[in-house]
Structures are given as C-alpha cells and as structure tokens.
Design a protein around this ligand. Structure first.
Ligand code: GZL
Length: 354
C-alpha cells in the first residue's frame, strides 16, 4: 500500500517536473550568432512576417556565412520574426523543423536541403497548409515542382566547368599532356546538389580531355574529413598531381595531409608539386592559400543568399510570381598569371586575383 502511495505522488508531482526539465534541456541553443536557434517570440505582433528557416548544418565556412546572411537579413527591425533551426546535417531534423514551422503557422518556409531526395511528403504538408516554400542553395529532387515556390542558388556544374576549363588552359600552357594529369576528387556531401554538379563537371571534363581521374571519395565538405581522405589517397596512389576539392574546407585539410606526407603543394606539376583546386572562396585561409599559390584556382560559390531570399519573399507577398530558378553570378580566382580568362558555354570569365 505504502509503495502505491509513493508511486501515486511520484507520478503526480515528480514526473511532470522531470518532463519539463528534459524538454528544456532538449532545445539546443548555442551562443554563436550563426548557430543560435531562435524560437518563436509569441509576444511579437502579428504584423511581423514569420519566416521558418531550416538550415542543413554548420559544416563549413560557406554554411556559416550563408546562415549569417539569413540572420542579418530577417531581423525584427525589418519586420521579421525568424525561426532558425540547424539540421545538423540530418534530413530527419530538417523535416521535424518544417513540421514545427507548419504547426506554428509561419508565413514562409525557407529550406536549404542537405540532400536532394526524400522531401515530397513534408513539402506536400507545407503546400496543404498553404505555406510557400523557398529553396535556397541546394535543390530537391521531385517530379512535382508545385511543392516549392522558387529556388535561389549557384549553378554548380557551371562552377565546375569554369575550374576544369582553367585546368585545361593551364596544363596546355605548361605543355602537360592530358594523360599525364592524375586527378583525385575529394567530393562534398554525397547526394547534395553542390556535390552532384561539381562531381559531374569533373567527370565530364576528364572524359572529354583524356585526363586520368583515379578516384572520387567524399570529404563531406569538412576540413577534418578532407585531410583524412587525402592521407588515405596518398597511401593508395603515388602519382597524384591534381587534387580537386569540392570546397575550401576540404582543400585546407587536403593540403595539411599532402604537406604532412612530405610532398609539396603548388602549380609546378612537372617538378613534382601537387596542384590543388577548390570551390567557395569564403574561407580566409583558403583565399590566403590561393594568394600564395598553394591553391591554384578557386571557383567562387557565393553564400550571401539572405537578401536574395528576402527579394523572393517580397515578390510572393506582393502576389508576384518569381522566376522558378534564380542563379547567382559568380567569379573564378587564381594568382597564377598563365591563364587570364576562360570561356564556358560562350561566356568569357576574367580570372580574378583572390
Ligand atoms: C554550395 C554549398 C556547399 C558549399 C560547401 O552552395 O551547398 O555546402 O560549397 C557547403 O562549403 O558545405
């Protein structure tokens, strides 16, 4: 009897208290601006436009800059109530966040999807709730294009065509035969739009030019994984002379691994240096490496999508129909003088100093 008495009061008093404590502990919030999870301020007047932003993670400097751009754009002072959720690289977390946004009745959902597949169901739920969805950066693979209002981001295959055109021009200028180019690709997060486009661009260029593309291994867009993958590739191959990194963070890791192995990074391929090329142009250390010639070429991938997303939201708010796919203009950087410009699909791009 006594046990039951205790159990009864434990259930009534202690369990709910425990549940509250656990639920508060579960809401991760980090002090850093780019990772602070902002939950709805219910006291905010309805006059605010509430935007639910599901960001895929914080894996790279590009991602942090992208998140900062969104946080700096959608501020209370400008009439927005921003709900930001970091998916920590997991689609399941992003789907949970979108469902939370739907439940809270946000005015717009902005999604930066970690990978392309598996979004139809939750985007259908947003559509049924009559909440416009704007995709940013990466894309979703769906047959039903009505599941989102529009997308803004980079043309990743064009980024790759720029960098492979630069490689072709440089190696021809140096009289390096195509079959003497032994390339490894440190890919981004597999299944992401950026990885798919950049990988496809290199594979096409290697096939068209007769380059020796020896391996494609994911570095997950991180410095740590980039270094780990590069170390393993150096053990596997003794003739690597070009490393194609699908973002700057991987390139920094790969350079550490190459130098730790006693080899030299640079553009003098004929004298044994290993050339490194990369994407983004956001990370300051990578830009410094590009100025020093440690990274021979960087294709810009611009992360500052906050104002671009705001323009799309304003258009939708005014009853206008934005273009479905909105591409950003991007540059190509190198400190090497041999190549001054490249032409891709009829357009000429001046090579800019990093
Ligand atoms: C590209 C973006 C990629 C960056 C990486 O738009 O999706 O993800 O190139 C980032 O740095 O992690």
């Amino acid at each position: 009897m006594k046990r039951y008495f205790f159990l009864k009061w434990f259930t009534i008093l202690i369990l709910p208290l425990l549940a509250v404590i656990i639920s508060i502990a579960g809401c991760s919030s980090v002090n850093r601006k780019t990772e602070t999870e902002i939950t709805e301020d219910s006291s905010m007047a309805d006059s605010y436009i509430t935007v639910g932003f599901s960001q895929l993670g914080a894996e790279s400097d590009w991602r942090s800059a992208n998140t900062d751009s969104m946080l700096e754009t959608f501020t209370e002072e400008k009439g927005y109530n921003l709900l930001y959720k970091n998916g920590q690289q997991k689609q399941a977390n992003q789907i949970t966040a979108i469902r939370m946004f739907i439940q809270q009745g946000v005015d717009y959902i902005v999604l930066a999807p970690a990978t392309e597949d598996g979004w139809d169901l939750v985007l259908e739920e947003a559509k049924n709730a009559d909440i416009p969805v704007i995709l940013v950066d990466r894309r979703v693979n769906t047959s039903d294009k009505t599941l989102y209002s529009c997308w803004v981001g980079s043309d990743f295959e064009l980024e790759s065509k720029k960098i492979t055109s630069w490689i072709k021009a440089y190696t021809e200028n140096q009289n390096i035969a195509p079959y003497d180019l032994h390339i490894v690709n440190i890919q981004g997060s597999l299944g992401s739009t950026a990885q798919l486009g950049r990988t496809r661009g290199l594979a096409n260029a290697a096939r068209e030019n007769g380059w020796d593309l020896m391996a494609e291994v994911s570095g997950d867009f991180t410095e740590t994984k980039g270094q780990e993958v590069m170390s393993a590739l150096l053990k596997r191959f003794d003739n690597i002379n070009l490393v194609y990194c699908e973002n700057d963070n991987e390139a920094i890791g790969a350079i550490t691994a190459i130098e730790n192995s006693g080899k030299k990074v640079g553009s003098d391929i004929q004298n044994g240096e290993i050339m490194v090329v990369s994407f983004d142009g956001v990370n300051e250390k990578a830009l410094e490496y590009a100025r020093e010639g440690k990274i021979s070429c960087i294709a810009e991938c611009n992360p500052l999508h906050g104002p671009r997303v705001e323009t799309l939201i304003k258009m939708l708010g005014n009853g206008e129909t934005p273009q479905k796919f909105n591409y950003v203009d991007e540059k190509i950087y190198s400190s090497l003088e041999e190549v001054q410009s490249i032409t891709v699909d009829g357009a000429t791009y001046e090579i800019e100093k990093p």
